[in-house]
Structure formats: C-alpha cells, structure tokens
Design a protein around this ligand. Sequence first.
Ligand code: AMP
Ligand code: MG
Length: 432
Amino acid sequence: MPTDPQSAGVLPLDQALAAAEQYGQKLPAPETEIVSIRESLGRVLAEPILADRDFPPFPRTTRDGFALKSVDIRAVPTTLRVVGEVKAGGYYGKPLKSGEAVEIMTGAPAPSGADAVVMVEYTNRSGEMVEVLRSCAEGENIVPVGSEAKMGREMVAPGVRLSFAQIAVAAAVGHTRIAVFRRPQVAILPTGDELVDAAQTPSAFQIRNSNSYSLAAQVIAAGGEALQLPIAADDPAALRALMEQGLKADLLLLSGGVSMGKFDLVEQVLADLGAKFFFAGALIQPGKPVVFGEANAAAGAGAEAGIKIVRQVASRPTPFFGLPGNPVSTMVTFDLFVTPVLRALSGALPVRLPVAKARLAKTIRTKTGLTRFLPGRLQGPALDPEVEMISWQGSGDLMASAQADCYVIIPPDRDQIEAGEMVSILLRSCPS
Ligand code: AMP
Ligand code: MG
C-alpha cells in the first residue's frame, strides 16, 4: 500500500472506485442500537428480518370474483351455484364441491377445494346462480400459502438500508423495534484562506463556505452523522490541529487544498501526520485532485473545537478524503468515492453506482482523457427520458449544479457524442 501521495498516484475511475469499495469491505461491523420502526427510515439493518409465519398465511385471492374449481369452467359459458360469500378477513368453512362457487373479495382466503378465482367482470350473477363467461387456469388469481416466504425465512438481510419496502416487511412480521447499526460520525473540515462562514458577510475577495453545508447534507442523506469543524486557514499548523480533531471521527472529509497550488497543503500535512494514501487523484472531471487515505488519530486530540467526537473503533486508522474545493467537484467526488466508504462504515452492503441510460438531447463536444460527469437534467416523456446538459462555467458553478438532477457521464475516449445517442447518467444520491 503506498504511503505517500506521489507514489499513490492518479488512478483511472474504475480503479479509484474499486479502491474505495475494497477499503469498505475490510471494515469491521459497527455497534448496534435498537430503534422504533417509525424512526428506521435510512437506517441499516443489523439483524435479519425473519418471516414470523408463512407469506401469504392463507391462499390469498387477488381479484374480486368467484372462487371455483377450474375443471368446472373448462367449457364456457357455464352456470354454477353460489353457495357463500367471503370478504377479506372472513372465511368460508366448507370445502367447495363441484358445480359450486363462492363470491370472494380481494384479500380473502380462497375456500378449500377452490383452485381458481374468476374475475367478477367475466361473470353474470342472477340470484343464487352465476354464469361464468371465461375459463381460468388452475391457480389463477390465488397466491398459494407460503409461496412468497415460508415461516422462518430471512425476508430482509442484515446490511440492507431500510427504505419503505423493507419497512413494510418489518411491519408485516410485527418487527416494530429494529436492531440497526450506529450511524458513523463524519467530520467535515473546510480549508481555504478565502472562506468565511455562511452566516458572515464576505469581504470583496472572500467567499462563503458552502461545501461544509452541501457535504453535511450528503453525509446525512447517505446515513451518517455530520460534524462540521471550523474553517481551516491555508496554514500547516492550523490545518494539522483541525485534522487531528477530525481524525477522531469515523471518517474525515476535507474540502479544498488538494490541487497543485502553492497553498494546497492538505496532502503534505496529512503525510506529516503519518497518513497512508490509496490514491492521490482520479482521471475524472470534475474532481481530478481527489485524495483518499487513512491516518491514525493522535491520542488526546479532539475536544478543542468543542465538538464531541466518539469514535466507534478507536484502534483502527481513520479513513479520510481530501475532496477538491470547487463545489461541484466536492459533490461529484462524494457521490463517487465517499458513498461506498460511508456505507461500509454504516454496516451497509455495497450497492452499484446509480447509473441509468437516457437519450442525449443535444450534441456534446469535450476533450478526451478523463471520464466526465457533467451536470444534466432529465426531460421529455416520463418513460423515455432525454437528458439535457446544463450550461455551466465549470466545477465552481453552484447554480448550474442546483439546476441539475443527474450527471451525464462522458467516457474518456469520446470527444463528441451526437444528439439522440443513449448515454449513461449518474443519478444524484439525494434527489431534490
Ligand atoms: P481549492 O480546491 O482549495 O483549490 O479550491 C478550489 C475552488 O473552490 C476555489 O475557487 C475555492 O475558493 C473554492 N472553494 C474551496 N473551498 C470551498 C468551500 N468550502 N466552499 C465553497 N467554495 C470553496
Ligand atoms: Mg484552497
């Protein structure tokens, strides 16, 4: 493993992604806690959710209609005698005989002896009799007992991040208190002499720190807890003191100071702290100078900023990312590289990058050599979207980024993509 930024090198995108993912796979599982199902959205499951009974627990009817024996309606039209009615939550106790039908509603248990439900739309009811106009295959409109999940089977695996569909499963099995992994604490350290806090009025040549806020939002959306450290000046001593605090968290995110400029000191100060570097750049735009590594937290440091940081596993080095300071670079590099590491720190299983395809609305020309992630917006028909590029002034263009809902991915070997071509798009981690 390279230990200094020079030998860590600038990696092609796939290798940089693999480095982040592989790092994540080696991390130990975090501590667990119990939360109410109502507070479980976005939490990572620490124990499997098991089926407490068969699913469905009875042969569930999926249509309003008539339960019958499918052999009785091989030739249609035919007439059957209606011997009962059963609604969802109800039950028809007698076994169905040949020539009989039971009027049945969606969600009701099919009576024993019935092997199909014909939809009410294909019948004519007349008093005690029903005329059936269409035949049914055996099993039609009935979901057999246990066919979705047998009792005791794992319905959701540990490491899955809970969204509405998994929360539905938890509720369906009566799992209202859920063991989840503790959220990782992510320290965010903005660097730059030009920065002032968002609540301050900048002088003519200063800018407000926006990255701490966008990063905190991305951290929260990815399931972490965000701890915003004060702005570090471009000065080795100031940087070092704040980095030492940030390394007490489960993950340290720095913004700015990783390019080639004279005052880009982040890598040097990290190296002085004994950091190991896994990569010192990726062949992408925006975000090329992104740095990934790990460093040990110094004993005792941490409380100075008045921020309570409690690391989960104190003995292991802390992963860090030096994200480029240009706001769009910061956002893209978070989605690409920080997300897999943050997921792993949360105990979550790896997931694919959220990449989809869309038709390009207008021809794009760029330079080759880097994989590009250009702000785009989906438009056109809902089921056949086109992606339009948002005009932007480069990776500092906050407003263009705020108008985007995805990034158009331009492969490194393409200098032109024609309108109408299907292109890959990276979906945003936290849609607006
Ligand atoms: P750097 O990566 O430090 O070279 O910064 C690149 C650009 O991003 C410069 O224009 C910085 O002023 C800007 N920048 C750096 N940090 C931040 C931040 N925290 N918020 C907004 N812009 C920033
Ligand atoms: Mg800077």
